[in-house]
Design a protein around this ligand. Sequence first.
Ligand SMILES: [Fe+2]
Ligand SMILES: [Fe+2]
Length: 273
Amino acid sequence: MSVVQSETEAIDWYEGQERFLTKQYIDTIPWNDVGRHPFDEAFLPVLVYMRDVEKFTEIYYQELMKTPTGNDPIIRRFMDKWATEEAVHGDLLNRFLEEANYPTDEKWFEKAKARIPKFQRVSSAFSTATARLTGKHFSAVHMTWGAINEFSTLTGYRTLWEKANHPVLTYLLKAIAREEAVHSFFYWTIARLKLQTSQFRQRMTRYIIQKFWTPVGQGLKREHETNYVIRALFSGEEGVAVMRDFVNSKVEQLPGLEGIHTVTERIRKVVLT
Ligand SMILES: [Fe+2]
Ligand SMILES: [Fe+2]
């Protein structure tokens, strides 16, 4: 689509998007075929991580509602639809795990929540307080951070289906990825619009991303779990280049974030040291 000029235009575009994962589409997923194709067990922890992080959107949503970002009417409209889409992704990934005979039970989400490190609760209270202090300016940080998360998720799914080479997983992840691409574009667009109006926001966002950014899910999951996913998907110089080209380069295009290398450097540190 052409360059979006306003936040209203962006939300109208997003709300006009039909879900790819409609009931009709979900009914076409050949679950019975999951066990008929080999699945490399090295990717099981990756899928568990992705499933949990998708469902943890609910927690992130609650946190954001405590900040001025949650009062931004356009972001609020976005988040109400977005959160329901992410939850479906989590449920579908769980269904795949079940079909692949990975031990999962009805209480998997409660159990995953119970494993959230205590430190996360402290640090999220801290970031909520910071966001309140800087008021609506902090939304530029939230939107930039969200854009990085969504582009990372999209890139992670694409890499996973290429590496795992399992036809049912590919079928499922391609549909999820269509929705992640829509989310990425929305977050990125709102971040761009919010950043371009204020040098203060640009400087604050640049500082916070450089100083505090961690990969999607880290904090809610433990660092060694995040690093496992990064190594499984983005090993070697080749993997670093994928994250540079599909995630970091998008961040660099945002106003005031030119020349930022935070994402690439973090991936490089995990896979090459
Ligand atoms: Fe998702
Ligand atoms: Fe998403």
